[in-house]
Ligand binder design. Sequence first.
Ligand SMILES: Cc1cc2nc3c(=O)[nH]c(=O)nc-3n(C[C@H](O)[C@H](O)[C@H](O)COP(=O)(O)OP(=O)(O)OC[C@H]3O[C@@H](n4cnc5c(N)ncnc54)[C@H](O)[C@@H]3O)c2cc1C
Length: 402
Amino acid sequence: MSGISKFDVIVMGAGAAGMMCAAQAASTGKTVLILDHAKAAGEKIRISGGGRCNFTNLHCGPQNFISQNPHFAKSALKRYTQWDFIELISTNSISWHEKTLGQLFCDDTAKDIIAMLLRMMKKASVELRLQTSVTSMRLSDGLFDLALNDGSTLQASSVVVATGGKSIPKMGATGIGYQIAEQYGHSIIETRPGLVPLTFGEDTKQDFSALPGLSVPARVTANGTGFSEGLLFTHRGLSGPSILQASSYWNEKDPIHVHILPERTLFEDLRALRKEHGKKSISNVLAMVLPTRLADYFSDQMRLTGNLADQSDVDLRAIATYLSAWELFPTGTEGYRTAEVTLGGVNTDQLSSKTMESRLVSGLYFIGEVVDVTGWLGGFNFQWAWSSGWAAGSAIAAQTKN
Ligand SMILES: Cc1cc2nc3c(=O)[nH]c(=O)nc-3n(C[C@H](O)[C@H](O)[C@H](O)COP(=O)(O)OP(=O)(O)OC[C@H]3O[C@@H](n4cnc5c(N)ncnc54)[C@H](O)[C@@H]3O)c2cc1C
């Protein structure tokens, strides 16, 4: 049929997962097209990790992911590991460093990773089309017809959906991957923003207005899962790594529990301070272990008065307990506008964990963030993009040409 360009594989979305998949799928000579409606490929990689891309984590394993089926990610993560990606970037002369907690960043710029992926695709003769979007998709006789925004039609025997989640719509995130999944009978695990700051409405009695910009070490727990990292007070609520991590486990109306200074034995510390600083006011003593404005805030909250010497062991124990089990009820999140990831997505029950292929429609694949696999903060989401992209790409590359 004239006017139709044919490919073995079309990858929708030139993000982390799509580019890894396209390069791998083309490695045995298959014709591969990757398209994206953005002006440039890998835009999220470019802005990630403050421009240095936290591209993986030394300690990555299935335990660092949230999914309705916690076993699903195991196979892909095991077959293309953090060590494989480290080797890939090292052989591409991209230098890197560990920042904290196993989180690996580029020494120079995230653009080095985008350039590497573009080189890999070029070497494998992948065709990249930017500012191109799919307006509709149809399956007939085992072939996918994709209508594009410029009026043309593409045809392929395999389609890989790598269009990411809903986070940061300003950067081109759309829900198209979920629509395609539903069109072919897949169910979607309800999506919601993850790795996102928590907000506190006026009715919550939490007035953080004197605290924006303050940060403090904390362990934040939501629904039984806790993270010990920094906590940051913002104008609208709470952020910082410990809050972002816990936000992925938080559901509306749930409390979160905050342990301020989890590494300190506050009761023992206050008792020791009482010996030398008994004449100081209790809020001044708290300011010796906490930022002053935060010490004032907690003194107000607990209605603390008097000097340290006036506080009995029972009083000191009550202060330590308050700071170790501070219960808060967020009213919401900052939403997809600032969320780093989208929780939920294409139900893994209907996907092969080995190849990412749909169990319902042969030749249709879903990879990366569009799938119901969401990583913790710390390089895990990119590792899922590399691993799932590699799994689908390798499976496609291994198929005999028809
Ligand atoms: C600010 C920020 C910082 C982050 N930092 C990190 C980090 O340091 N480490 C980490 O592990 N994770 C980080 N993440 C998460 C990480 O970026 C994502 O999990 C990852 O990019 C997902 O890869 P993906 O390929 O599935 O989707 P994406 O990278 O989102 O790629 C999807 C692509 O599909 C395209 N697309 C969407 N809709 C259409 C359409 N209708 N037609 C055509 N193309 C379409 C998009 O333009 C995009 O290029 C960060 C996220 C954000 C928002």
